[in-house]
Design a binder for this molecule. Sequence first.
Ligand SMILES: Nc1ncnc2c1ncn2[C@@H]1O[C@H](COP(=O)(O)OP(=O)(O)O)[C@@H](O)[C@H]1O
Ligand SMILES: [Mg+2]
Length: 397
Amino acid sequence: MSKELIRLSDIVMSFDEEVIIDHLNLYINDKEFLTLLGPSGCGKTTTLRIIGGFQSPTSGDVFFDGVRINDVPPHKRKVNTVFQKYALFPHLNVFENVAFGLRIPRTEAVEKGGRTVSQKVKLPKQEITRRVMEMLEVVNLKGFEKRPVSALSGGQQQRVAIARALVNQPKVLLLDEPLGALDMRLRKDMQNELKRIQQEMGITFIYVTHDQEEALAMSDTVVVMDQGKIQQIGTPEDIYNEPKNAFVADFIGESNILDGIMRADGVVEIFNRKFQCLDKGFSPDEPVDVVIRPEDVDIVEEDKGQLKGTVTSVTFKGVHYDTIVDFYGFKWLIQTTDFCPEGSRIGIKIDPDGIHVMKKSQYSGLFGDYSSYSEEYDEIGDADYVPDEEEAESHEE
Ligand SMILES: Nc1ncnc2c1ncn2[C@@H]1O[C@H](COP(=O)(O)OP(=O)(O)O)[C@@H](O)[C@H]1O
Ligand SMILES: [Mg+2]
């Protein structure tokens, strides 16, 4: 069973009366890989700094293992941080960079003649060597101990930074966009490495990124943030398949987001056509946002489609074509292996599980149209579209 390790309770952070973190509530389990994901400026780093103790919240509490730690300074928290700018000591070699923290004498409580006294304790040399070598093995840098860090690649330097943070045996590692400076290929390799290290060491990772692919690939739990607020917490699959609002749907992956009306449980109306869906529990005729992922749309012959539209652009992407289709003036992105040339008329079909219905929110109407993909945006769109009640009815069960 996973056990709660950290809890942020009703955290508010304001700078100059501006609210940066807005009543944030979150718990993090032991050995979990949790990612704070959101656009630049949404409050990710601030949240991490509050967990690390580098920043005191304006109000709210931070708990570690059930104990309130608001007033515990960073170096006394069982937490260590890896920053994007991992300042290694350039004049020290790999071994000494990792060993640095272990060489600092620690104040420890020891029993002496029946009394507890605090005393400076130094780690024995062999113990330092053992722990440094163990960490270098974990980050795949065995054999590099004598190298000056200046002679390492960016990826290798980042590994040294990770080893240095892990060598103190923290319960939790905080990582703030640690792969941000690396190129794409290296990022992907390091994502796998970090995941492996986290599992191998059995510790909790709290990871910050604005890169949704990275978050989905690595995390047990993703926390999507915007404007200092948590928008959704869930597994990568939850977040992708069941986004809570238009912000999450737009931020994670590609989404067509349309206005709809919930006509009944399992029936949503889009463009005056009724579609079967799996969503339930909305009020009768409630206006909703509807998410349709580009890969969930099937292209069929025009007269067999639930909707009919005109292809306005096609881009070959290797595995599929990014096909932009104009439906009554609203442009959708469809990802398909069927090539449909620009200008062709097509029909589409969407299975009930390809439709996801969401409550209206402050983000409604802001996202989800792919007009900017095409230069030929035509405001009038499909002018000869006439809502067809009869056809709409035929899609009801
Ligand atoms: N010390 C500070 N003083 C004033 N504003 C700050 C301070 N730290 C962060 N901010 C503001 O808080 C917001 C969130 O910042 P941050 O947590 O760094 O976001 P993120 O890491 O998601 O990009 C930003 O608008 C930033 O300008
Ligand atoms: Mg940041």
